[in-house]
Write a protein that binds this ligand. Structure first.
Ligand SMILES: [Zn+2]
Length: 449
């Protein structure tokens, strides 16, 4: 999904955390013969889980693993660079009084306060996007190309950024108008209702995203390929999911990554598999991925995620309230910001949210990672394809570090690592030896580098 710069816009799009509880994303694999490997004997009672895990991990060549580690570890640093670039941009807006000038312009155009807020927001998001544009281009375009993870040329990529910007202008504008309305009417207790409104807004965005936002970037159709349609829909029926809730979309427009996700909320909730998954994976691999997504669906992860994330949001607004008052008392006059009800305070609020969400990285990642692991368990039981699952987990390793340390996984991983997932699959297989697949075990996954 396209990258948007401002952190307030990120709050709006944080629901991507919920709506795109994406699971299996992985890059290409073409079958070529590999030398025979001592494969674990699944039918024996003495099935060695650790040996089976090592067998799978060894399927990825060292050069491939080094590349993936480099890509993923670079992402840790990007958290810091994104944070610093945002703080510097916001500081400039305050220090050089661009923020108060944007507010002044909005006040000259209209006397209606909510509209002033909206006009300020439009200027704010455009200026912020321009300031952070070089970093966004590096991060979202050049770096992705460097690691072979993006199919798009610059024109189409930039066009999607522009669409994302328009979406943030509209949705962020609505949220900011609501929040400043609350600040102005409720005074110092604004943060309680502010967080409630933000959570409701998050639900609203989740609800409309599959119908009005995602189709701006990809084309969604009902599942078509009959080769996989029948077993997939059979599995869906068995798990109480209506066939009308299974879609496919043309992710190959953007990249070779294979992915699937559950999106939407309430009536708009649906499972979407992308065309790369359908074209590049074997049926057992598609089935286990589908089983994982059904897990998100049946276990109501969208709703649970909203509530867990809601707690984070409430604490975030409490912190934000304290942070804004603290900073305004010291530097507010120098910046020309009149107070917390003045929309020109927005850069300061963005800094506060940036600090909070940076510190909350392990918490937010652990919320999603825990649900992802639950979906893995559900998928193993639903699809009964532990070897297909291990292959899918391994393919994810093309862009997600396969074998991190425990602390590293806790802090930075929003999905379990390859080693964790393969271990779970092999543990499951040890108890269900009849599900072993020699074909999946022998299937080579990495030959293209
Ligand atoms: Zn998932």
């Amino acid at each position: 999904m396209a990258r948007v710069t401002a952190y307030v816009a990120q709050l709006v799009l944080l629901c991507s955390f919920l709506v795109a509880a994406a699971s299996a994303q992985k890059v290409g694999m073409d079958p070529v013969p590999t030398p025979p490997v001592a494969s674990p004997n699944a039918s024996a009672k003495s099935f060695d889980v650790n040996a089976a895990v090592e067998f799978y991990l060894a399927k990825m060549p060292p050069a491939e693993r080094a590349r993936s580690n480099s890509y993923f570890e670079g992402g840790y640093w990007l958290l810091l660079w994104d944070f610093l670039s945002t703080v510097i941009a916001m500081w400039a807006l305050l220090k050089f009084r661009w923020s108060t000038r944007m507010r002044g312009l909005a006040e000259r155009i209209t006397r209606f306060r909510p509209l002033q807020t909206a006009l300020y927001w439009v200027q704010f998001i455009i200026v912020t996007s321009l300031i952070t544009f070089p970093l966004s281009v590096y991060e979202g375009y050049f770096r992705e190309h460097k690691y072979g993870l993006l199919n798009q040329s610059f024109g189409p990529w930039l066009r999607e950024q522009a669409i994302a910007l328009v979406v943030s202008v509209l949705l962020g504008g609505i949220l900011v108008m609501l929040l400043f309305g609350i600040v102005r009417s409720l005074g110092k207790n604004w943060w309680v209702w502010g967080s409630v409104i933000s959570i409701l807004f998050l639900m609203f965005v989740s609800l409309i995203a599959p119908v009005y936002i995602f189709p701006l970037f990809n084309t969604y159709t009902k599942l078509q390929d009959s080769r996989i349609k029948d077993p997939i829909l059979s599995m869906a029926r068995a798990n109480g999911i209506p066939a009308t809730d299974v879609y496919e979309f043309d992710a190959s427009r953007q990249s070779n990554r294979v992915s699937a996700n559950v999106s939407g909320f309430g009536k708009t909730q649906r499972i979407s598999l992308n065309d790369n998954l359908l074209n590049r994976c074997t049926l057992p691999e598609i089935e286990t991925t589908m089983g994982h997504e059904m897990g998100h669906y049946v276990l109501n992860h969208a709703t649970k995620g909203i509530f867990m994330y809601g707690v984070v949001v409430v604490f975030g607004f409490a912190f934000l309230n304290w942070f804004i008052n603290f900073a305004l008392a010291r530097w507010g006059e120098g910046w020309g910001v009149r107070g917390i009800t003045d929309v020109a305070v927005l850069p300061l609020a963005t800094v506060g949210l940036s600090i909070y969400f940076l510190l909350m990285t392990p918490v937010n990642n652990s919320i999603t990672r825990t649900m992802e692991f639950e979906a893995d368990m559900y998928g193993l039981n639903a699809a009964r394809q532990p070897d297909g699952e291990a292959n899918v987990d391994l393919m994810l390793g093309e862009y997600r570090k396969l074998d991190p340390g425990p602390l590293e996984e806790f802090i930075f991983f929003d999905h379990p690592s390859g080693r964790t997932r393969i271990t779970a699959a092999m543990r499951w297989k040890a108890e269900n030896p009849d599900t072993s697949s020699a074909e999946e075990m022998a299937r080579p996954l990495f030959n293209s580098h």
